[in-house]
Design a binder for this molecule. Sequence first.
Ligand SMILES: O=C(O)CCC(=O)C(=O)O
Length: 347
Amino acid sequence: MATTTKLLLADLVSGVKHVPSNYIRPISDRPNLSDIDISEASISLIDLQGLNGPNHSHVIEQIGLACQTDGFFQVKNHGVPEATINKMLNIAKEFFRLPESERLKSYSDDPTRATRLSTSFNIKTETVSNWRDFLRLHCYPLQDFVHEWPSNPPSFREDVAEYCTSARGLVLRLLEAISESLGLRRDYIYKALGKHGQHMALNYYPPCPQPELTYGLPGHTDVNLITVLLQDDVPGLQVLRNGKWVAINPIPNTFVVNLGDQMQVISNDLFKSVLHRALVNINKERISIPTFYCPSPDAVIGPATELIDDDHPAAYRKFTYADYYRRFWKEGLDTQCLLDKFKVSTP
Ligand SMILES: O=C(O)CCC(=O)C(=O)O
């Protein structure tokens, strides 16, 4: 076979009939139908409209329960306008359809870059590749980063800025509700994040001729505080619940919310950062757009003092988010127990 110098998966595999060997997972680590939960019970869909009226406490209870049991929930009536969502999905699609030479202007394999197009997860450290290209953008504070973003398609910066500003508004409401559901002051989590950070990824999963051999993303937890995921109409996301994978199939105009490792730490293990993965599709490309909300690098993260007592000692030591984040990119997605390395050591 001729050698190729293609950097991005979409260009490398256009028209291939077989998954290249470096994308094939060992047999014990492939999407396996017997591991999939086909019962009806999916992840809760919570109506956020209720936060503003007499149902407020009920919605807070629903959020708290979902955070304790699944670490995942879906939201509707979330306040992000449908037009903003549609523009975001369309501009992402247009970006990944640009000619290779145009997309490659944003390419970098350096995970410390604030704006970069890359492939798989971390091609410098991983042994098996993932069936994904992604554009990663830092987006808060917006004015610090927007000038670095792609300027093609021409409305990219405007459409993405509108989306991420609105997504941030949703995250801030969720942070208040989650603080309240933990019995903390409503601004507790907001104030625990230093100057705050917001990143997003535009994930592009090309059609895959043998989806049973590989992953778009293998099982991983999110390193950040909370993720709000927008997905197009192609299924692929699965969440681990009681040892089985549960699909979260797309519902138009809703978001999937999941807690990341930092929320598990702040909640002193009351709330969970849960494994999830993305499968790929034989016929269809798929786009998903996670907004990763995070502490600023210098923020010191640890369990909320109010959640520590004799019966519930602090489960984690204090650390800076920069420390945690650096270790995440170094050790890779296959490290399922990064949180354990920040636990208070037991005698
Ligand atoms: O594509 C998805 O549905 C999940 C994406 C994800 O987990 C991630 O980007 O970390």
